[in-house]
Design a protein around this ligand. Sequence first.
Ligand code: SER
Length: 320
Amino acid sequence: MKNILVVGSAGQIGSELTLLLRTIYGSDRVVAGIRKTKPSQKLIDTGPCEVVDALDTDALVSVVDKYKINMIINMAAILSGTGEKNPMLAWDVNMNGLINILELARERKMDQVLVPSSIAVFGPTTPRENTPQDTILKPTTMYGVTKVAGELLGDYYVKKYGLDVRGLRYPGIISHETLPGGGTTDYAVAIYYEAVRQKKYTCFVNEHTRLPMMYMPDCLKATVDLMEADFDKLRYHCDYNIGAMDFTVADMVASVKKHIPDFEISYAPDFRQEIADSWPNSLDDTAAREDWGWKPDYDLDAMTADMLEAITRKHEQGLI
Ligand code: SER
């Protein structure tokens, strides 16, 4: 029986993942760990919520004991944009938070820890097209540095202590429930929101910027499928490439215009352009496909139709 703590439960991925896990494993068995971000009413109503800061070991231990937690999913992180503004904060949250969780999981002999990684582990010297699973990891952001170190640390706990630690390299994640915060790929979400709200958007990367992206339903499927995969079949542990789609900003605008023809975009690239330019265009995810059956469902146009419908509904209801 899994008793799961999701650290960073109020965030973009954590909020939807926690709700999904409650439907799979039982509402009372999935604890939403919240720090500063206000949780949604759905999160509060559907199961236990606790204040959890991975940097506060005593508080973490008391929640783990209270709910007999045997699996931790660590969704708390400072992303690339915020990380460049405050590198020490990114290091502190992303590294010290992670090692606290891994140490606690080791001491309590937990069944599993899931720690997501990111395309931010790659850098300007990494091959950009169909980026291999095993390749150059020399990122130029603090977020990327912490994600490379996090992958290595997770793999170390697997090898040294036999702890089951798993992770996958998320591309930019696009969703309509909870907004992302502080990432370079956030423009992709903002384009959909502003297309509905204002019919115009000023983008902080240029129109030629191409990045790997993924729609939230695929992100959730990948996460749960990796959690459930047979440990003995995993050739990798904390660093699976997963791909779904890749497109330029111009491709995205063309997709949006099929629904909102008068949508206008302008460009004012800022410091995040350099970050985006240092990341891959597309990923080779053969290992994930072979080891645990990864296969995405959504392409750009299917995602656009779904996103615009959901955001339009929210807009009509006065929620955004
Ligand atoms: N979405 C993240 C960011 O842009 C990448 O993992 O920072």
